[in-house]
Design a protein around this ligand. Structure first.
Ligand code: MN
Length: 152
């Protein structure tokens, strides 16, 4: 359901503009990397805008509905980072061990400034999830990550 707003504004039986057939088929990279650095956390990364949008989750990501996790947005990473596993050396940013915790694809269902709805097709996480910007403690890097209830 990408391009929802674009499509809502147009009647394609009357305008020659493209509907954008391709966007619905697009499957994007989804990965969560378990990162044992000074503090253990899980890095959620979603291929979006040509990069991996990234969030650090301090506790294990939720498999089921009803568990909300803080997800702190971090800097965009290159798409190739989805394949990275290994040891970041002592003294380097994020020093510690990175390993793939879950991996697959996702579809973007809906997105605005403060809400990203995705359909995850991973091995551990499956189904509809939400990232909700909370601005908790006045910091707009703070989001919540949780599995969507049906119809929410
Ligand atoms: Mn990390």
């Amino acid at each position: 359901m990408c391009l929802k707003e674009y499509r809502r504004r147009r009647d394609f039986s009357r305008t020659p503009e493209p509907q954008g057939e391709k966007c619905e088929e697009l499957e994007r990279i989804y990965v969560i990397q378990r990162h044992q650095s000074s503090r253990l956390h899980w890095d959620l990364r979603l291929e979006l805008d040509g990069v991996l949008k990234s969030w650090a989750i301090p506790k294990e990501p939720p498999h089921e509905r009803g568990i909300k996790r803080l997800a702190v947005q971090t800097e965009d990473h290159p798409v190739e980072y989805a394949d990275f596993q290994g040891v970041i050396p002592e003294g380097q940013y994020g020093a510690g061990t990175v390993e793939t915790w879950d991996r697959g694809t996702y579809q973007l269902l809906n997105r605005n400034e403060s809400r990203i709805e995705i359909l995850i097709e991973g091995k551990k996480l499956k189904g509809p999830f939400i990232l909700l910007r909370t601005r908790w403690r006045g910091d707009d890097r703070n989001w919540l990550f949780f599995k969507m209830k049906k119809g929410s």
